[in-house]
Design a protein. Sequence first.
Length: 120
Amino acid sequence: MAVMARDAWTDDRLDDLNHRVDAGFTETRDEFRAVRAEMRAEFQAVRVEMKGEFQAVRAEMKNEFRAVRAEMKGEFQAVRADLGGQIAALHRTTFQLFAGMMVTMVLGFGGMIVTFLVQA
């Protein structure tokens, strides 16, 4: 088994390693900065897109609620008109029934009076 010779670490080699490590950290820092800048830009784009979408949804909801309100208003007016007509018809029927009962009672009392007068 052969033993590999170990290289000695000279000042030049250590300086070279130091520069490569510094360059690696500089490159890493630059990459992190680039990633952060890209993330900020993407988040800003998402915010702008979401703001636009939310505004569109709000506008659509407002229009839909207006349409629902208009439809409900029309339906309630129709119900009121129908209910008013039914109440008027009920009032008329009640009045006719009351008038018929009064006429019947007057005729009945009149018939009884005539019967008593005729028998007397």
